[in-house]
Design a protein around this ligand. Sequence first.
Ligand code: SF4
Length: 233
Amino acid sequence: MAQVKHVLAFGGAEFAKIGIPGDSGTHIWGVSGLVKRPGLYEIEAGKATFGELLYDLCGGPLDGRTIKAIIPGGSSTKILKVGERFKGKLANGTEFDWALEDIPLDSNSIAACGTGLGTGGTIVIDDSVEMIQALSNLNAFYAHETCGQCTPCREGSLWLSRVSKRITTGGGLETDVPLLLDIANQVAGRTICAHGEAVAWPVQSAVPKFKDEYLESIRKRQKGEEVPTLKLI
Ligand code: SF4
């Protein structure tokens, strides 16, 4: 909506010269979470990378921390883990092999990495955050937001919230990790609006990527070991 005025002022053909073929104009990135300079950054589509957004514009991680993962386009888009490689072929045939920091900030490149540009509301997670607490926070949000009309979304969001909360409060079992995935798999694609995918995608993307950390979080609580406290800023 912010671009409509400029499309009308420039004319469509002229406006389309901004950005790259297939994704013209700019994107406004709303970066929140654990970076030095969170905020709104307007960037010409495809003309910068996640590395430039996170480390140059946003100033990188807080002192003494490292960025562990980002949720690129709002909490319902699939999580990206620092250190993973993204390989594939773009719609124009170009093959790519990127680290997270190399991913260009355009909708097609981000989609090709298995996630979405969404609202551009990038959430940055660093190594101080226990991933199960972050996931539990998201699950609680989506369980609160379901309207309840579709059974998979109504029940699935609540089950996901309860199971992840059970883990964070010390009652988790190792079988809860595949259980989370199983529940999410029964929600996605089975509802009448996109909230079903919003419920499922954080779990479907985070559980395979952070399975070992989730299991470690369960074991730590079973042994009564100290766990980090999730600090929201
Ligand atoms: S998928 Fe949409 S319509 Fe169905 S219960 Fe969830 S929020 Fe309601």
